[in-house]
Design a protein around this ligand. Sequence first.
Ligand code: 5AD
Ligand code: SF4
Length: 456
Amino acid sequence: MSTTRKRLFIKTYGCQMNVYDSERMKDVLTPLGYESTDTPDGADLVILNTCHIREKAAEKVYSELGRLRPLKEDKAASGGMTIAVAGCVAQAEGAEIMKRAPVVDLVVGPQTYHKLPELIAKAHRAKGEALDTEFEVEDKFDRLGNDRQVEGYSAFVTVQEGCDKFCTFCVVPYTRGAEWSRPVDQIVAEIRALAAKGIREVTLLGQNVNAFHGAPPAGREDEGVWGLGQLVRHIALIGGIERIRFTTSHPRDMDEDLIQAFADTPKLMPYFHLPVQSGSDTILKAMNRQHTAEDYYAIIERLRAVRPDIAISGDMIVGFPGESDADFEATMELVRRINYAACFSFKYSKRPGTPGASMFNQVDEAVKSERLAALQQLLDAQQIAFNESMIGKTLPVLFEKAGRLEGQLHGRSPYLQSVHVDAPAELLGQIAEVKIESASRNALSGQLVGAKRSAA
Ligand code: 5AD
Ligand code: SF4
């Protein structure tokens, strides 16, 4: 294995699962002598880790490849630049990418990036061979191991991949394949290793994370597969881990045990992302969500009953085919009733190969834009009100890095809010109580109270 120093630039698009995958790609490439840089200029290897979820996300890849072409030409005389497309566009478009953008040397899907070393060697021999978009999740995690290079105190850990739900707007079942869960022991080993490196907070990731059904720990096989609630409680026992989160969930997979985990596991943060997409039962049906707006309210009410301090975030789509003014009003009504702490909202985007793309009753772009603006105005107001409701409260804050101003640290509240506090650097990686004094749309600030800290 060559260990000459080489420069690696990875650009990550899309969701947290891609953020995790990009980190793991770095782990795989470090033994080959690659070191990260923060510019593609002069890099030996450039990886675009792509997202296919909406049209705009997918298009960004091709414009970025256009920008990389002159950089690759400049680098030709000094060792050359290898350009790789990874992630969900790679999975969806495969060899087409190399045809459309000859600047690309290799294409690797989300399940096979552990083979990057072999693929890079192949690309250097003959570029046509350097494509791997098979689905072999099990093999991937076995090969990746637990030696992660992490910075800071918070880390993502993929526990589940893929989706079998086939919402009619969504490409994920096609790009990430069938639902699959990692075995509990494998996850725990990864998190133990992270805790030993100073990680205090883990966010468990999966496209359908609450559908988690992993093989139980060794010696407990008679218990059958474990659900997410069991996994969360088990992770809460790992020394050093103070906070647990998970994302993204589907209302259909919300079982009572997971709801109970919010009640009985203080380390599970009281902040829950549960996308609903629409407040209209007609649209939910057309989206094949397999639940009604009432089902969604019932879950949120149950959660609020067992964990009164819980706050909810979500995802919404406006302008799905067939969405009438009344359907949109039902979405606005649901948002008013739920009162989100934060919520992402998107205009429906036709994705090739999904049932929604060929529905005849597509909504006008202008109507979509109008609805999105109205929805975002409401959601912004809710987010600001939520942040302002923190003023006067004392929140545990996990300090993550130096703040913008001298003597300040930046941390996160249980609700993932950024919190700016005057605090000594030795509080980095620790949880301390902060009395919140002011709030804006995107951040809080306050003062340290007493010496109450975590044992971490
Ligand atoms: N158009 C618009 N938004 C979409 N999402 C997924 N597919 C589409 C699409 N075709 C949104 C959903 C999902 C989030 C990750 O992206 O709200 O929850
Ligand atoms: Fe985008 Fe979905 Fe792929 Fe994440 S899994 S990168 S959201 S297409």
